[in-house]
Design a protein around this ligand. Structure first.
Ligand SMILES: [Zn+2]
Length: 169
């Protein structure tokens, strides 16, 4: 827990520093600050925390790559539904997208994507409430083994907040 707290703190202080995460873009088209739910530490069940930010958006809204990177895994899980694991170019971080309605056409594991590219669509698959379409978005710091399912969670909210505030137009 101490390590996690420390990593969260480091991540937080990196918002304005020269970190790959300071360049994170918006994961949902037309995302506004008011669409974000700052619920990283919210309890989910007795043992788990949410460890993600939920972004409210109408069903079918395009979901975007937040960074240039590689599609590491396209995965169907019971809680997450249709999900995407995207790595940044340095493979230090994984960006996790869940509850998608579907993937963008032709999206494949191993594909290189560009920041802002449409990779999927907002939905309610997995355990999302059917009347509340949203993107569940998480960031994890990968260990030296680079296993996409084994990273340490980092609170995405500060980075998403920055991205929302700096979108022009
Ligand atoms: Zn969520």
């Amino acid at each position: 827990m101490l390590l996690r707290a420390l990593i969260s703190l480091l991540a937080l202080s990196a918002v304005n520093a020269d970190s790959p995460l300071s360049n994170v873009g918006i994961p949902v088209a037309n995302m506004k600050l008011a669409d974000l739910r700052d619920t990283f530490n919210q309890a989910r069940g007795t043992e788990r925390r949410h460890e993600a930010t939920d972004i409210l958006a109408p069903r079918g809204t395009p979901v975007l790559a937040v960074e240039d990177g590689t599609i590491k895994k396209l995965f169907l899980s019971k809680p997450g539904g249709i999900t995407i694991y995207l790595s940044d170019p340095t493979e230090h971080y994984i960006f996790y997208y869940a509850h998608l309605q579907g993937y963008a056409n032709d999206l494949k594991e191993g594909a290189a994507v560009r920041k802002g590219q449409v990779i999927g669509y907002v939905g309610t698959t997995g355990n999302a409430p059917p009347n509340t379409p949203h993107l569940h978005f998480a960031i994890s710091l990968l260990g030296p083994d680079k296993k996409w399912w084994k990273g340490t969670p980092i609170d995405p909210y500060p980075f998403l907040r920055e991205a929302a505030l700096h979108v022009r137009g």
